[in-house]
Design a binder for this molecule. Sequence first.
Ligand SMILES: [Zn+2]
Length: 224
Amino acid sequence: MIATLPYVQQKVDEFNKLIFKNQLEPIPIHIGSSKTRLGSISCKHRKTAKGIEFYGFKLTISKCFDLQERDMEDTIIHELIHYYILSKQLHDSSPHGTLFKQLMNHINQHFGRNITISHRSSSEERSADKRIKEHFVCITELEDGRTGITVSAKTRIFEMWKYLPRFFKLKKMTWYWTTNPFFNQFSNAIRPKIYLYDSNKLEEELKDAKELECDGTTFRVKKH
Ligand SMILES: [Zn+2]
């Protein structure tokens, strides 16, 4: 079977009642066309007096997979476990950490399910990574018009600032400090390297970032 909006909606309501005791708030559902991820929960985060808070959730199920109904249901429940953990502002040790596994095993036992984390693609793993970490990010505009991302190891930012323009033909380089979990998916570079990325998508990811300036010995937040 292929996911449709009415089907996913019906299943979310059914499992919310049956498994999550109606503790899940209604969530917008989207039928997507990812070829690598069956399902995902996306959300935003903001700082509050109590710490980081997650909000603005969306459940996406891909229409690019033809699954047995049991597997479709398990996929939806898998995503609802993520939604439960994030929306209750519970902190897990990793995207599929101790708490996730506890809930998953409990549901498998009590409801005869077969939810797994093993078949998940690494891109799903990475994008489910909502941990708040600080990142020093260099956005580069290459001479040919493309845009690049370098997430620098904290210990290498001065070297990166110095060497990126020497290793690559750059039109512009801008440095940012950000805690957006979007950047968790990039490994911290210790040598100059650039990931090419769609510049239109980056704007949203950088909207809370602080632009930095560097004089060769100090990085500080740029005053506009
Ligand atoms: Zn997952």
